[in-house]
Design a protein around this ligand. Structure first.
Ligand SMILES: NC(=O)c1ccc[n+]([C@@H]2O[C@H](COP(=O)([O-])OP(=O)(O)OC[C@H]3O[C@@H](n4cnc5c(N)ncnc54)[C@H](O)[C@@H]3O)[C@@H](O)[C@H]2O)c1
Length: 335
């Protein structure tokens, strides 16, 4: 880490930081970085089997953070854990689009109702806490124009998108009405070491990585749709900067990747990163997926970049290479 980076994030040294969803992909990478910056880090995670929480994600720094296994729907536990926190990174969530269609009320409880309760608790016991909410670009639905900026209408294409949209709206409301120092980052697909690779619940790349490492062909559904991928360390940098930026308070801001790629281009990149050992087959979209697919997506995140100076630094081939390397060494912990 450069000296500049250290001084940019000096406010985290000794700060009390709570990360919900702290054992998942983004939360654990954020925790690792915050522990290295000298923060007093508390992770809260329910470790539900359908999500990306995995103790292997925190094994290398477990002795430098505290962990409380709790559900964000448990208000009594959260009240106690929130008191005295300087920062709250609000990442716990139900992330599967398909699961949200099959169990919509569970998604509602975690992604929406629990957010309202969390904000009420912040008002009560931690009114000065600085919050970054993990939002999603899924809330725009099928784009009406590209690239999608924050002025684009919100028209989610699945239950998860509706609940994430409402959860985010509570953050903006609590900023406007009660002065809570909160903002939301509308993230594109995040990937990297620590992601769920058992299946496609987190996003399509997880199962691509798994199949590639098992020597099987992975499936590309469709192929021409454009997507972005954001390497997890770049997502972490976005969260760290957002929490320290007064200018982002009360805003919902897009956070995209380095560039849009068609799924076929992404598949080719994975084949390259595996030195040619990975292979794939192109398939028609399964009907249940097609119904909630959003087609092409390209993010306009100039506003976030302008306000915070953030930009993704990890090139796609590097990020894919690092991910393959990680799972070659730790595959057993993720299956
Ligand atoms: N990864 C992406 O591509 C992506 C894209 C857009 C938005 N997001 C958002 O970022 C956040 C983090 O995502 P991630 O990719 O790290 O997912 P993840 O599944 O790896 O992490 C989420 C964590 O939340 C925990 N969790 C789930 N329900 C919980 C509950 N009720 N109480 C406490 N903990 C609970 C899970 O156990 C898991 O460890 C989520 O809110 C997600 O919606 C992620």
């Amino acid at each position: 880490m450069t000296e500049n980076c250290e001084s940019r994030f000096a406010a985290y040294r000794g700060a009390h930081v709570l990360i919900t969803g702290g054992v998942g992909l983004i939360g654990s990478a954020l925790a690792r970085r915050l522990a290295a910056l000298g923060a007093d880090v508390l992770l809260v995670d329910s470790m539900v089997s359908e999500a990306g929480g995995n103790f292997a994600n925190i094994a290398d720094f477990r002795d430098r953070v505290r962990l409380n296994i709790a559900d964000i729907r448990d208000g009594a536990a959260l009240r106690h854990l929130l008191a005295g926190q300087d920062f709250l990174f609000d990442l716990a969530g139900q992330t599967s689009h398909l699961d949200s269609m099959n169990a919509p009320e569970h998604d509602l409880a975690v992604n929406c109702t629990a957010q309202l309760q969390l904000l009420e608790l912040c008002r009560a016991v931690a009114p000065a806490v600085k919050i970054v909410h993990a939002g999603t670009r899924q809330i725009y639905g099928r784009p009406r124009y590209l690239p999608v900026d924050e002025a684009h209408p919100l028209r989610p294409a699945d239950v998860n998108g509706v609940n994430k949209m409402a959860g985010e709206a509570y953050h903006l409301l609590f900023h406007d009405v009660y002065g809570i120092d909160t903002r939301s980052l509308r993230l594109t697909n995040v990937y990297g070491p620590g992601m769920r690779i058992k299946d496609a619940r987190q996003n399509f790349l997880g199962i691509w990585l798994r199949r590639s490492l098992e020597g099987e062909a992975f499936e590309v559904w469709g192929g021409e749709q454009r997507r972005e991928l954001l390497y997890v360390d770049d997502a972490v940098e976005a969260f760290l900067r957002a929490a320290l930026s007064r200018d982002t308070a009360g805003l919902a801001l897009n956070v995209g990747g380095d560039a849009p790629y068609t799924l076929l281009a992404l598949a080719d990149a994975l084949v390259r990163a595996s030195d040619g050992s990975a292979r794939f087959e192109q398939r028609e979209f399964p009907a249940e997926r097609k119904a909630i697919d959003i087609g092409d997506f390209v993010t306009d995140d100039r506003r976030f970049r302008g306000l915070t100076g953030w930009a993704p630094r990890t090139a796609l081939d590097d990020g894919l290479g690092r991910s393959l390397d990680y799972y070659r060494r730790h595959m057993a912990s993720y299956l």
